[in-house]
Design a protein around this ligand. Structure first.
Ligand code: ADP
Ligand code: MG
Length: 230
């Protein structure tokens, strides 16, 4: 293993059985992410982006091949072990924020920390810091419905990194935002990734945002390949 690789996918296969048909979505996918690296995953709808992210993030199990997180082969671990690793080492952001509506922004960011067993005070301090970092410190006591779309996504990003994961996986995180807001949210996300040394794989249809990442990959015939030449 390369010392720097935080996450590696090795010959990953994912198939879905749909009635009599077997759909092959990932077919020997190889991929690795280094610390501090931000990579765009740009591919058409239905090509397997979410499947790749879910597999990388240990939400789905590879049918063959392996996912290696911080040097540890995770593909064949028990569900409990995978959940525990995911809780500590993986942050997810989705297109829709999935924040808990009855809790404030601060509480939403505290939640994964409390689940992990951190004391309330510590969790609240970390949550407040993250909100400041995302430049929405003033929104700490707002509920999701009292936040704009861009603010909701910033809270979702802060929540995803609340437990200081090794890797951030984002599935079209700005897909629901207007271009200007998307750009601001992306700036905040990028700053966070750089500052924390996290590695990030971000599925996006936004070519302008993709161009601002370190490299771009796509999916072709179930494999991860570099996108274009530039
Ligand atoms: P993307 O995120 O790029 O739009 P997905 O990874 O969501 O692509 O899906 C890739 C393909 O796998 C699609 O054709 C989709 O219909 C199929 N698929 C995804 N999840 C399932 C599932 N649970 N069962 C059957 N087919 C699925
Ligand atoms: Mg998808």
């Amino acid at each position: 293993m390369m010392a720097e690789a935080i996450i590696e996918l090795k010959s990953v296969e994912r198939h879905y059985v749909q009635g009599p048909r077997k759909l092959t979505i990932l077919n020997g996918a190889d991929f690795s992410l280094k610390r501090g690296e931000m990579v765009a995953l740009v591919a058409p709808s239905g090509s397997g982006k979410s499947t790749l992210l879910h597999t990388a993030g240990l939400l789905e199990r590879p049918d063959a091949g392996d996912v290696i997180l911080a040097g540890r082969a995770c593909g064949r671990l028990s569900d409990d072990e995978r959940t525990s690793i995911r809780r500590n080492d993986v942050g997810f952001v989705y297109q829709f924020h999935h924040l808990l509506p009855e809790f404030t922004a601060l509480e939403n960011i505290m939640m994964p920390q409390l689940i992990k067993g951190l004391p309330r005070k510590e969790a609240a301090e970390r949550a407040a810091q993250l909100l400041d970092y995302m430049q929405i410190g003033k929104r700490a006591s707002h509920r999701p419905s009292e936040l704009s779309g861009g603010e909701q996504q910033r809270v979702a990003i802060a929540r995803a990194v609340a437990n200081a994961p090794l890797v951030l996986l984002a599935d079209e995180p700005t897909g629901n935002l207007d271009p200007v807001t998307a750009s601001y949210v992306f700036d905040a996300l990028g700053a966070l990734v750089r500052q924390s040394g996290l590695a990030a794989l971000i599925a996006t249809h936004n070519h302008e945002l993709a161009a601002r990442m370190d490299r771009r990959v796509t999916l072709a015939d179930g494999k991860v390949v570099p996108l274009g030449s530039g």
